[in-house]
Design a protein around this ligand. Structure first.
Ligand SMILES: [Fe+2]
Ligand SMILES: [Fe+2]
Length: 395
């Protein structure tokens, strides 16, 4: 095989032509190179030494290169890391090896690549057939807080109703922070082979970042200060943020916590006293619905393969309930704020109606938690018991 470089220098792109010819020639094969660029001999000599090829300089701008055996050997132990298309047969490994590391799924991974210790490397632990679809849906549904919310709409609420909105926003921000930290922690533990799962978790964290932004902005729209953060609320969130097991954390956060929040956000959207509060709650609820969907989807697949995990999830709810037994759960200010927002005024008949609506919301939260648990595979009686033990903080 001949490579005619003409005046093209080795470092000007000539190297590409030589490497291409070497790839085509088998190990031990030879290629001849000719070129008139100055220093060609110098460049070829140092490069061939580095790569292990044998160079014979024939003079008169001509060289003969014998391909090193190591070039073929370098890729002989390489391994295909599944397939980029998750629906292809064998695309997703049951166990993603450490040696695949950060390689794109479907890449040919060189033998001897460094090993990465990703704790969540089993398909059963993390995978959901819906992950790719949920990621695409989430990516398409990203919204810009600057334009999606009517920040400049004029409105003026009664003083205490505005206070109540600020208290609710303060509570939401704290809970959204927990919802951001949990997927952020696990995204670095999931083997990147499960690319779509990694992407779903990353997008989920980005969604929560936006929720924190818009709730903060709504709280500060008419006020200089935020509301109260209570130890009971934080105690509940601490048990969530510190949960080390992915399945349990997903169950507590996405199925039970975000599931309950979905009811809360839709309630706030319906009862919102102003268009900004309605918009921030509606947009957050749309995102939450996806977070719940992924949690339910991957846990359902997991449970269908290993129903032995159900008692583990159930015990996590009981343990958390015991740990929070002596805390207040939802702070009274948030409850009162919800009643006031649902009432819209201090009129006793409005307050009764507002209180009834909040109690109906709490029953609806309970009902949906039970439905989701039954959908996962829990029996109805156990779903009812566990829903009753869910944190009073909602998240
Ligand atoms: Fe959120
Ligand atoms: Fe969420």
């Amino acid at each position: 095989m001949r490579v005619e470089l003409g005046e093209l220098g080795f470092a000007e792109g000539g190297a590409l032509l030589i490497k291409r010819a070497l790839r085509l020639a088998a190990a031990g094969g030879q290629i001849s190179v000719s070129g008139s660029a100055p220093d060609l001999e110098l460049h070829l000599r140092s490069w061939c030494r580095m790569e292990g090829h044998t160079l014979q300089w024939l003079g008169d701008s001509q060289a003969l290169i014998t391909v090193a055996a190591t070039v073929a050997a370098r890729w002989s132990g390489a391994e295909r890391a599944g397939s980029p298309d998750p629906s292809a047969p064998g695309a997703i490994a049951e166990h993603a090896p450490r040696r695949w590391g950060l390689a794109a799924r479907g890449a040919l991974v060189e033998n001897g690549s460094p090993e990465f210790a990703f704790p969540l490397a089993d398909k059963m632990e993390v995978w959901s057939i819906d992950a790719g679809r949920l990621y695409a849906q989430g990516a398409a549904a990203q919204w810009d807080p600057a334009v999606a919310i009517p920040w400049n709409t004029e409105f003026d609420l009664p003083f205490e109703v505005e206070d109540a909105v600020v208290q609710i926003m303060t509570y939401l921000i704290e809970n959204e922070t927990a919802a951001l930290l949990v997927p952020s922690r696990f995204v670095s533990q999931v083997h990147p082979h499960f690319r779509e799962v990694m992407q779903v978790l990353a997008l989920q964290a980005a969604d929560e970042a936006r929720h924190i932004e818009v709730f903060t902005r709504r709280a500060l729209l008419k006020r200089q200060e935020l509301g109260l953060s209570t130890s009971g609320g934080q105690a509940s969130l601490k048990t969530l943020v510190e949960e080390p097991d992915f399945a349990i954390a997903s169950f507590l956060l996405s199925v039970l916590g975000e599931g309950t929040f979905l009811s809360l956000l839709w309630f706030l959207e319906r009862r919102a006293p102003d268009p900004v509060t309605a918009a921030v709650c509606r947009l957050a609820a749309q995102d939450e619905a996806r977070h719940v969907a992924f949690g339910v989807a991957h846990l359902r697949e997991r449970i269908s393969q290993d129903s032995g995990i159900l008692p583990k999830l159930a015990n996590a709810v009981r343990r958390r309930h015991d740990a929070l037994r002596y805390t207040a759960g939802l702070n009274a200010e948030v409850f009162d704020a919800l009643v006031l927002v649902a009432s819209g005024s201090w009129d006793p008949s409005d307050l009764r109606r507002g209180h009834e609506n909040v109690m109906r919301l709490v029953r609806e939260m309970d009902e949906f938690r039970q439905k989701r648990m039954v959908h996962l595979g829990f029996g109805e009686a156990e779903a009812q018991e566990l829903s009753g033990l869910h944190t009073r903080n909602f998240m």
